[in-house]
Design a protein around this ligand. Structure first.
Ligand code: ZN
Length: 82
């Protein structure tokens, strides 16, 4: 048992980016999102994914595992990490 939070997410009214999360950082599982992006574009969920080790779709990252987003160009649909 540890005495720190598993994930911390700060939602700011104004921020330089839509969101920023630390990739697989067990020391600092912290993410930040701008309020508008968190409400309208699943940015908070996306950054939590980074904190838990997920990356973007393979075309945008070098992740060869299965813990990444999926982009389906033929349907223009995507998962929250793509
Ligand atoms: Zn990302």
């Amino acid at each position: 048992m540890h005495s720190t939070a598993d994930l911390v997410h700060l939602i700011n009214v104004e921020y330089h980016y839509c969101g920023l999360g630390s990739y697989m950082s067990t020391s600092y599982p912290i993410a930040v999102s701008e309020k508008w992006c968190a409400e309208a574009d699943y940015t908070a969920q996306h950054e939590w994914g980074h904190n838990l080790g997920a990356t973007h779709d393979p075309a945008a990252s070098s992740n060869e595992g299965y813990n990444h987003g999926y982009l389906m160009p033929e349907t223009k649909k995507r998962t929250v990490m793509a």
